[in-house]
Design a protein around this ligand. Structure first.
Ligand SMILES: CC(=O)N[C@H]1[C@@H](OP(=O)(O)OP(=O)(O)OC[C@H]2O[C@@H](n3ccc(=O)[nH]c3=O)[C@H](O)[C@@H]2O)O[C@H](CO)[C@@H](O)[C@@H]1O
Ligand SMILES: C=C(OP(=O)(O)O)C(=O)O
Length: 426
């Protein structure tokens, strides 16, 4: 297994520009399936999840070229109606191709994605919405078969604003007959980015970013060129690295409103954040202030994808913080590993824990339990004198482009020890 060895103690500081958001590019790549033409996408991050999506597109007959952050997809010919189970097992979020496949074809078959380390992650809301659009669904032996008996606009009311279910519904509705109305839609910035991509290729979608999205079906789409929005979670992760190590950080290419739920908590921890045009400057806290309560919730609440990293920061705060994870039922796996590094964490319930700041963490060998949990361990290691080893880094590589090079460019002493390993993902 590949791992990072980190000798902490250096300030993480300097200037940074982050490429596109993982959670934008994955549904956007899925959306290219709808287009019987060429899609050109810029600012595509070089992460393993992108390569899994490229493999999926190639396996169904699309021609794909990915170079220097630009992805060109020619989906004029689709030669397979089925998605190989192998890819869905590698990356759970590949279920996002389901809506696009049934939008484009009369039939599709995809494996059930199952759960992953952070939770059981059912897809009942995705399937219910597709059924409401007229898709007949048969579930058999771990596979989902979708038949386009018809594809008609409908009214969908989500019980919970699921990001993936909102995206799958948008993708299926783009070419449906009539208008689809989604109530209680997810409001994440990545959904707006998907809307912008879809509209640039001729779709008629409006409302993304609010909890009501309307999609008027169209018959054809056309060539498109799009630039993916910056990754607010990756930016937030590097901001925490600077906050924990006492470094100043300047970040270019930022969409300021997207950062606010994260910036709000970093300010509460004592950071000072100044927004500039399309950028920000962060001054670290003199003493890391404990934040009484960190409760994750759908956007514009505090994102679950930053919970582990903020917990790492709170491990060195001047008091006690309570974390309440409300989105995923098993997203505290990093707690045990942070404890190995000297953090003082107590579980109150399965999804509430209390962390009391300590003066210093200490080195140990730790394992990334999942993508953001792995990032949290790297952040903790950056503060520790002596060598800390973080293994199972394939999780981290799903979502962070060259994290070791980026951190090194900001002053970290971090080395990737390579080993031949398959991309596993969750
Ligand atoms: C590729 C991508 O964009 N991933 C993001 C997306 O995941 P994802 O799209 O999987 O997240 P959802 O918003 O769908 O899931 C949130 C919660 O709803 C539950 N649920 C979801 C769908 C469903 O049909 N039934 C159901 O019960 C899930 O189990 C989970 O507990 O949003 C999450 C929440 O912001 C982020 O953490 C992930 O980084
Ligand atoms: C949970 C995450 O991603 P995914 O939905 O791709 O597993 C994440 O980005 O933190």
């Amino acid at each position: 297994m590949s791992k990072y060895t980190i000798r902490g103690g250096n300030k993480i500081e300097g200037r940074l520009a982050i490429r596109g958001a993982k959670n934008s590019i994955l549904p956007i790549i899925a959306a290219t399936i709808l287009n019987e033409s060429v899609s050109t996408i810029h600012n595509v991050p070089d992460i393993s999840d992108v390569y899994v999506m490229i493999k999926i597109l190639e396996s169904i007959g699309c021609k794909v070229k990915y170079e220097d952050g630009t992805l060109v997809v020619d989906s004029s010919n689709i030669s397979s109606m089925e998605i190989d189970e192998h890819y869905v097992r590698k990356m759970r979020s590949s279920i996002i191709v389901m809506g696009a496949m049934i939008g484009r074809l009369d039939y599709t078959k995809i494996s059930h994605p199952g759960g992953c380390a952070i939770g059981s992650r059912p897809i009942d809301l995705h399937l219910k919405a597709l059924k409401e659009l007229g898709v007949r669904i048969e579930e058999d032996d771990g596979f989902i078969k979708c038949y386009k008996d018809k594809l008609v606009g409908s009214t969908i009311n989500f019980e919970f604003p699921s990001v993936g279910a909102t995206e799958n519904t948008m993708l299926a509705a783009v070419k449906a007959k009539g208008t689809t109305k989604i109530y209680n839609a997810a409001r994440e910035p990545e959904i707006e980015d998907l809307q912008d991509f879809l509209n640039s290729m001729g779709a008629k979608v409006r409302g993304a970013g609010t909890n009501y999205i309307e999609i008027e079906g169209v018959e054809t789409l056309h060539e498109v060129e799009h630039t993916v929005i910056p990754d607010r979670i990756a930016i937030g992760t590097y901001m925490v690295a600077s906050a924990m190590t006492g470094g100043y950080l300047e970040v270019d290419r930022v969409i300021i409103p997207h950062m606010e739920p994260i910036s709000d908590k970093l300010r509460a921890a004592g950071c000072s954040i100044e927004y500039k045009e399309n950028g920000l400057v962060m001054t670290p806290p003199k003493i890391i202030q404990a934040i009484d309560l960190v409760r994750t919730s759908p956007h514009p609440g505090f994102p679950t994808d930053m919970q582990a990293q903020l917990m790492s920061l709170m491990a060195l705060s001047n008091g006690t913080s309570v974390f309440h994870e409300t989105i995923f039922e098993n997203r505290f796996m990093h707690c045990a590993e942070l404890t190995r590094l000297g953090a003082n964490i107590k579980y109150i319930t399965e999804n509430i824990c209390m962390i009391k700041g300590v003066a210093n963490l200490h080195n140990a060998k730790v394992k990334s339990p999942d993508l953001r949990g792995g990032a949290a361990l790297i952040l903790a290691a950056l503060t520790i004198n002596g060598e800390t080893e973080v293994s199972n880094i394939y999780h981290v590589e799903r979502g962070y482009e060259n994290i070791e090079q980026t951190l090194r460019s900001l002053g970290a002493d971090i080395l990737k020890v390579e080993n031949l390993e398959k991309i596993k993902g969750c």
